[in-house]
Write a protein that binds this ligand. Structure first.
Ligand code: CAA
Length: 262
């Protein structure tokens, strides 16, 4: 499959590998247009369907993860054309269908839709150069890909209101303090760290990985008691797998487990 706005590669030495997707519209700071979002969706679904892939890493360039939705292509819309064409709805949320972990590796700008795309990933590893923001208010609009909903869940109401209403950017240190990113690393180590995290995950039992992702998303999105009840059922269900027997036997016998992902 050839793409024009993204690059794809497979990384890693283990039995399960990592699908690497790089946003690649450098002249526009990786602004997210329809072609890029269509291609991103196709690449994500292809890696998700590939049994040799355990995790996906999504990254941009040194200068920008993504500077937001593509402004010139959005500018001519009116209400009816935005509504009828499914602006954002039609191709931005494919990432939410992916069952494997998607790690965002963010350097430089992650603004507007770029910040929203990073927040749709499962966790964010940031370079010390990363800058996050939801500056849509400066364009006379508001975020359209979940920014007003996911940002307060990630950083709390006060920081989210501040960022959304003043359009100020948050640097990597503030993003880590606020809980938006899981770790901050030196810019020249960003990809290495993200791929190492992916590799670590690739070594674990695939059903455990998929269920943890599903359950954390349930915690993030839904009521507590429903999440705890679903977690309990899946916890019980994993006692029917070979990997549970293998993992616990390996611990008891002080050896490394050999997971079979079943
Ligand atoms: N769409 C299209 N092109 C963009 C872009 C965007 N979102 N952001 C940057 N670019 C382009 C610029 O137009 C410029 O192109 P030219 O060289 O052809 O002029 C190029 O990328 C480099 O940008 P700058 O010269 O502006 O670089 P800078 O370092 O001075 O500033 C920046 C960088 C702060 C990111 C600035 O470009 C900027 O503010 N960009 C817009 C950010 C923004 O408003 N994002 C939200 C978009 S709306 C949205 O995302 C809606 C949603 O919720 C889905």
């Amino acid at each position: 499959m050839t793409y024009e706005c993204i690059l794809t590669a497979v990384q890693g030495e283990g039995e399960r590998k990592t699908g690497l997707i790089t946003l690649n519209r450098p002249k526009q700071l990786n602004a997210l247009n329809d072609q890029l979002m269509d291609e991103l969706g196709q690449a994500l679904l292809a890696f998700d369907a590939d049994d040799s892939i355990g995790c996906i890493v999504l990254t941009g360039s040194e200068r920008a993860f993504a500077a937001g939705a593509d402004i010139p292509t959005m500018a001519p819309h009116n209400f009816m054309s935005a509504f009828k064409s499914g602006l954002i709805s039609k191709n931005w949320e494919t990432i939410l269908q992916v069952r494997k972990p998607v790690i965002a590796a963010v350097a430089g700008f992650a603004l507007g839709g770029g910040c929203e795309l990073a927040m749709m990933c499962d966790f964010i590893i940031a370079a010390d150069t990363a800058k996050f923001g939801q500056p849509e208010i400066k364009l006379g609009i508001i975020p359209g890909a979940g920014g007003t909903q996911r940002l307060p869940r990630a950083v709390g109401k006060s920081k989210a209101m501040d960022m959304l209403l003043t359009a100020r950017m948050m640097d990597a240190a503030e993003a880590e303090r606020g809980g938006l990113v899981s770790r901050v690393v030196a810019a020249d180590k960003l990809l290495e760290e993200a791929l190492a995290a992916a590799d670590q995950i690739n070594g674990f039992s695939a059903p455990s990985v998929a269920l943890i992702k599903e359950l954390v998303n349930l915690a993030y999105q839904g009521p507590l008691i429903d999440g705890v009840n679903v977690e309990r059922r899946y916890f019980h269900a994993l006692f029917g797998t070979d990997d549970q027997r293998e993992g616990m036997d390996a611990f008891i016998n002080k050896r490394k487990p050999a997971f079979k992902h079943r």
